[in-house]
Design a binder for this molecule. Structure first.
Ligand SMILES: Cc1ncc(COP(=O)(O)O)c(C=O)c1O
Length: 370
């Protein structure tokens, strides 16, 4: 049978099966159950925050983070132009204006100088995204946010365990959010988490998660809320994955080292960066080819897939999508056309990585790109 390497796949073992079965057998299959509280407390402990709130996915976590900060129509929220669309969509759900700004070409995260230039009297929040596992420049971000009075929501959907100046992402801004979609560092099937040290944000998000039902008076609702709850089944999977997260993070570093070794140095190729003072969790292996056209990049991706190596393009700039305003972001536009993600899951072996790299290098030579 021909070898095939997906871009991503979860690592599900006996522990995951046992906990999910236990949750099913307990009868607590919806959003009440011991695994939910356990998942929340384990995750808060991991990030080093006072609070963690389990939610239905990362997008709803972003939505509640913004609502809990009071973001509404007429406000502006700054985001990096290179991100998954969920970052922008969550801002749009609140009625606020999405303001995409450019990114740093090495970290692929928001450029704080661009944030500074984009802040005006309507700016209420910034969402630095820790893209592909690399932490955004949070020390400068937080200094700016203090100086200009804007809130910071960390979008750590892709960066569980990443660090900036010794602090875990999700614990640095006013609040942070994570995703547990099946391709993430850990998964709960679908799922999300909001992390914060701010009791008011936590309580507001908790209220909105469950239709804003009064804690004192059942079926009395004080405002329009949502059903953004996580189920006990999802949390059971999440707890099992949390028990393995250190193993996953170590393996991801190992895989990145194997990729670096197997690719070797080529003037036109660049793999993931790790800025001094940060810890990258290498959620996605990133390969950028300098000087390649988008047409050739796409042809390379098709040939790679035909050779059994699945891959995906970098995100398109949010400002190019029809529902958002255009923005002058040359760096985001440039890397978006040249970048691809290679297989990045924790069960990859050294031989797998060597095979993938060999296939990629051979194709790049055949296409006269190298
Ligand atoms: C940067 C970023 N933000 C937000 C999300 C949304 O998370 P979810 O898919 O769990 O809604 C994702 C998810 O894939 C993401 O990559």
């Amino acid at each position: 049978m021909k070898q095939y390497f997906p871009v991503s796949q979860p690592s599900i073992g006996e522990k995951e099966l046992a906990y999910v079965c236990d949750a099913v057998k307990s009868g607590w299959v919806s959003s009440i159950g011991r695994y939910i509280e356990q998942f929340e407390s384990m995750f808060a402990g991991f990030c080093g925050t006072e609070y963690a709130l389990a939610l239905s996915n990362g997008t709803t976590a972003l939505h509640l983070a913004l609502l809990s900060l009071g973001i509404k129509s007429g406000d502006e929220v700054i985001i990096p132009d290179l991100t998954f669309v969920a970052t922008a969509n969550a801002v749009a759900y609140t009625g606020a204006k999405v303001v995409p700004v450019d990114i740093d070409s090495r970290t692929l995260c928001i450029d704080v100088d661009c944030v500074e230039r984009a802040i005006n009297s309507r700016t209420r929040a910034v969402i630095p995204v820790h893209l592909y596992g690399h932490a955004a420049h949070m020390s400068r971000m937080m200094a700016l946010s203090k100086e200009r009075g804007v809130a910071v929501v960390e979008d750590a959907a892709e960066a569980h365990g990443a660090e900036c100046a010794g602090r875990k992402v999700g614990s640095i801004g006013d609040c942070g959010i994570f995703s547990f979609y099946g391709n993430k560092v850990i998964t709960s099937g679908e799922g999300g988490m909001l992390t914060t040290n701010d009791r008011e944000i936590f309580l507001k998000a908790k209220l909105l998660r469950d239709h804003a039902m009064s804690a004192q008076k059942r079926y009395w609702h004080t405002e329009i809320g949502f059903n953004y709850r996580m189920t006990n089944l999802q949390a059971a999977l999440g707890v099992a994955q949390m028990e393995r997260i250190d193993e996953f993070l170590a393996k991801r570093r190992q895989i990145m080292d194997w990729y670096r070794e197997s690719f070797g140095d080529h003037a036109r190729l660049r793999l993931n960066h790790e800025e001094p003072g940060t810890r990258n969790v290498y959620w996605m292996v990133c390969l950028e080819i300098s000087g390649i056209t988008e047409v050739d990049r796409d042809a390379f991706m098709t040939k790679l897939r035909e050779a059994g190596v699945d891959n995906r393009p970098y995100f398109y700039p949010v400002s190019d999508l029809p529902m958002f305003d255009a923005a002058p972001t040359p760096v985001a536009h440039d890397v978006s056309r040249r970048g691809i993600n290679l297989p990045s899951y924790t069960d990859l072996s050294r031989t797998d990585v060597e095979t993938i790299s060999r296939i990629a290098l051979t194709l790049l030579r055949e296409m006269r790109i190298l």
